[in-house]
Design a protein around this ligand. Structure first.
Ligand code: GDP
Ligand code: MG
Length: 289
C-alpha cells in the first residue's frame, strides 16, 4: 500500500516505479531517433497513453499495434484508419506468428532517411539509428524486442560517443534498440478504459474488483459478440438485471462449484478473465468510437 497512491475506487492507483521509468525516458529521449509506441489491437484506444507526447516530445514515432491475431479486425481497422488520418505511422503485427514485424525496420529506415541527409550536409558520417520501445504493461513490449532482435545480434553495450551507461541491442538495418522497455502507466480516469485494460490484463486485478472485470467482459460479449458468448458459454443473452443467472450457467458448465453444488462465484469470475488471458476468446475489440 505504501508504494501506491490510491483513492477509494483505486482508479488513481499509480505504481511508484513507473515514475522512475518516466524519468529514465525523459533523461534519455534526446539520444533517441525513433519511438515504437506499442498498443494492443483489442483495445486500440484504452491501451494508448494519452499524454505520451509530453514525454516523447516530437520524436518520430511508429504505432505498433500488437495482438492483431486476437482482435476483431473490422473494429480495429477503424482505429488504424483513424490514427493514420491523425498522422500516425501504424504497423499492425502478430508477434506470436511473427507477422509484419520486418515492416517496422523498413519503415524506420524510410522515416529516418532525412537524418542521414542532415548528417551528410554537416559532413558527418551516417550512424546507427536509435530506437526506444514504450507502452503500458502486457501489450507485448518484451515480445517485440525479442522479435526484432537479429539472431546474431550482440549487445552493443556502451556506444562510443554516448556517455550514458545504457545498453543497446543491434537490430540490423542499422538500428540499435535501447534495451529497456519503457513501461508507462495509463491514465485511468475513465472507468470504461480501466475496465477494458483490466479485461486484457494490462492493469492488475488489485485496482478493480475481479467481479467488475468479469461482468464487463460479459457485457461486451453480449453487446458486440453474441456469437462468441454462445460459442464459449452457451448463453444467448446476458441478463443485466440479474447477473447471477448468467454466472450460474457458466459456473455449472465450467465446474466452478463449492461443497453442496453451490456456485463458487469467485471461480466463475476468474474463469471468464482467464478465457481472454489464455486467448480462448479471440476476435474481440472492446474499444469503440
Ligand atoms: N496472440 C498474441 N499474443 C501476444 C502478442 N504479443 C504479445 N503477446 C503475448 O502477450 C503477453 C504479454 O507480452 P509481453 O511481451 O510480456 O508484454 P510486455 O509486458 O509489454 O513486455 C505474452 O503472453 C505474449 O506472449 C501477439 O501479437 N499476439
Ligand atoms: Mg515486458
Amino acid at each position: 500500500m505504501e508504494n501506491n497512491r490510491q483513492n477509494q475506487t483505486n482508479i488513481n492507483w499509480y505504481p511508484r516505479h513507473m515514475a522512475k521509468t518516466k524519468r529514465l525516458i525523459l533523461e534519455n529521449i534526446d539520444l533517441i531517433d525513433i519511438v515504437y509506441e506499442v498498443i494492443d489491437a483489442r483495445i486500440p484506444y484504452s491501451s494508448k497513453i494519452k499524454d505520451i507526447d509530453n514525454i516523447l516530445k516530437n520524436k518520430p514515432k511508429i504505432l505498433v499495434m500488437t495482438k492483431i491475431d486476437l482482435c476483431d479486425i473490422i473494429e480495429t481497422q477503424k482505429f488504424i484508419d483513424k490514427y493514420k488520418n491523425e498522422g500516425y505511422e501504424v504497423i499492425p503485427v502478430d508477434l506470436l506468428n511473427n507477422k509484419n514485424v520486418k515492416e517496422i525496420l523498413n519503415k524506420t529506415k524510410e522515416m529516418l532517411a532525412p537524418l542521414d541527409r542532415k548528417r551528410k550536409e554537416k559532413g558527418l558520417k551516417p550512424r546507427n539509428y536509435r530506437a526506444l520501445i514504450v507502452g503500458i504493461p502486457n501489450v507485448g513490449k518484451s515480445t517485440l524486442i525479442n522479435r526484432l532482435v537479429n539472431k546474431k545480434a550482440t549487445q552493443v553495450g556502451n556506444k562510443p560517443g554516448i556517455t550514458k551507461n545504457l545498453n543497446w541491442i543491434r537490430l540490423g538495418n542499422n538500428i540499435d534498440l535501447l534495451d529497456t522497455p519503457g513501461i508507462l502507466w495509463p491514465k485511468l480516469e475513465e472507468e470504461e478504459v480501466a475496465l477494458n485494460l483490466a479485461s486484457m490484463s494490462a492493469i492488475k486485478e488489485e485496482i478493480l474488483k475481479l467481479s467488475d472485470i468479469a461482468i464487463h467482459i460479459l457485457n461486451k460479449l453480449n453487446d458486440h459478440y453474441k456469437d462468441i458468448l454462445y460459442e464459449r458459454y452457451e448463453i444467448y443473452n446476458v441478463n443485466k438485471e440479474d447477473y447471477i443467472e448468467t454466472l450460474d450457467i457458466i459456473g455449472r458448465k465450467r465446474g466452478c462449484l463449492l461443497k453442496g453444488n453451490v456456485i463458487d462465484y469467485d471461480k466463475v469470475y476468474s474463469v471468464i478473465v482467464k478465457d481472454i488471458k489464455d486467448a480462448n476468446i479471440k476476435g474481440i475489440t472492446f474499444d469503440r468510437f
